[in-house]
Structures are given as C-alpha cells and as structure tokens.
Ligand binder design. Structure first.
Ligand code: 5RP
Length: 257
C-alpha cells in the first residue's frame, strides 16, 4: 500500500478506475472536473499511453483540458464532437435517485452541457457524497456579472416560497475577488439546508433571468460508482434501481505511474 495517499484519495482513485472500465476504444468521452475526475483522467491517460486505448476526450474545464493534455489524451471541443458516448464526472452530493449537486469546483455549466450531450453519464464518488436528501452542500448557481446583486435578491425572495430550509445566496469568492467561471460568469452558493423537491427547484431557479445554470443534475446521471475507504465499491444504476456491492479490493492498487 502506498504511504503517501490518504484513504479518501484511494477511494476516489478506485471509483475512477472502475468507471474507466466503461471506456472503450473509439469512444468520445466527456471528462469531468474536480479531484475525483482528476483520478479518472490519470487512469485514462495511463490506458492511452500503455494499453493503446484510443479515445477523444471533451474536457469540462480549462484545468481538466490541461491535465488531459499532460496525460496524452487527445481532446476536442463539444462543438467538434457534437455528441458523446459517455461522460464521467464527480459530484458534491448524490441521493438514491442519482440526483446530484455539482459545481463545488465551479465548472457546473460546462459539466451540465457536456453530460446532457452524452448517451450516458457515470458519476464517481467517495462515500461522503451520498445523502438521504440533497441540500447540505451549498447549491452552486452560475449567474451573470451584470445585475448580480439583483439576481441574488430575486433568488433569495423566490426561495422563501419553496420547499427548502435556508434561503441565503452567498457570492463565491477567490481571495478578495469574485470567483470567475470558465465562461466569465460568477457563482452564488445557495445555503438551502434541505431541498424538498430538486426537480422543481432546478426549473424555478433557471426562470430567473440573471441565472445561467444551476448545479442540480436531475435525471442526467445513469450510474453512480461509490468507493469506500475500506476498498469496497458500490454501483447504483438509476434505471433499474439496482445496487451492486463488491467485496473490498486493494483500493491502493494501480496508483503507480
Ligand atoms: C466541479 C464539480 C465536481 O465534480 C464536484 O465539485 C466534486 O469534486 P471532487 O471530486 O473534488 O469532490 O462539480 O464543478
């Protein structure tokens, strides 16, 4: 077992490795963003360099594009690819229906566009991401810089009438400045506590004109692969509700370069 990797990182790597098994030569693959997706890009890079895997990746952020290039994975834009076989990405929270909160890393807009332009989306997660009810993780909402204060006020007012327990919309910062997304927009993190109806909330949020997109992914994820720090891996399928559990594996295997 490697000494310099924590159990949680090993779990992320194990989930990513299991998801990489769904990637076959000839596929166009959406590459997610975040620390778990970074493990996927690392594993796919190794498969491209050492096993002759031939894929084209469509990165969901500038930083994933940089990593994919470093790993030797050929990449293109979504416009070039048009439609993808598979997207694999992380999540900040997911529930038993595989509804997700995404955008902790600020890439929710490209992530949603790429995932919905894919035949299949697989989410990779460690055990901390599963929740009974979405909402403890602040929901990221990408908003225009223009009139952001007004958008924030409208969102907070609108949330008063919805099935949530909190209504605060907090601008995301990067040091002393507002966080800027790859599209040049900003993010409001909604501290909702508990989301009663994710589908309804997602639709209503996008009705506010200054909102570009929200981080709720409902009916988008097909499979969620969760890895536990003891090496167990669990696979949930949104279509048949099946949960497959596998016995502990060596979660630290295959981490070497
Ligand atoms: C980025 C995302 C990430 O998928 C999400 O934040 C999970 O990240 P991590 O794998 O680092 O926990 O939505 O916008």
């Amino acid at each position: 077992m490697s000494d310099d990797i924590s159990p949680i990182e090993a779990a992320k790597s194990a989930a990513a490795l299991r998801a990489a098994g769904y990637v076959k030569s000839g596929m166009k693959v959406g590459l997610g963003t975040g620390s778990t997706a970074a493990w996927l890009v690392k594993h796919l890079g190794k498969m491209v360099r050492e096993d002759g895997l031939e894929i084209i990746g469509v990165p969901t952020s500038i930083r994933t594009a940089e990593q994919a290039r470093e790993e030797g994975i050929p990449i293109t834009t979504l416009d070039e690819a048009r439609w993808l076989d598979l997207t694999i990405d992380g999540a900040d929270e997911y529930d038993a229906d595989l509804a997700l909160i995404k955008g902790g890393g600020g890439a929710l807009l490209h992530e949603k566009v790429v995932a919905t332009a894919s035949d299949r989306m697989i989410v990779i997660a460690d055990e901390s991401k599963f929740v009974d009810r979405l909402g403890a993780f602040p929901l990221p909402v990408e908003v225009l810089g223009f009139g952001m204060g007004t958008t924030r006020m409208l969102l907070e007012e609108m949330l008063e009438g919805l099935d949530v327990t909190g209504t605060k919309a907090v601008p995301r910062m990067a040091g002393d400045d507002l966080f800027v997304t790859d599209e040049g927009n900003h993010i409001l993190d909604l501290h909702l506590g508990r989301i009663g109806n994710a589908r309804q909330l997602s639709l209503v949020l996008n009705q506010v004109p200054g909102v570009v997109e929200n981080g709720l992914f409902v009916d988008i994820c097909d499979i969620c692969i969760t890895a536990f720090s003891d090496g167990r891996v669990e696979l949930r399928d949104a279509h048949n509700g099946k949960v497959e559990k596998s016995e502990p594996e060596n979660a630290f295997a295959d981490l070497s370069d």
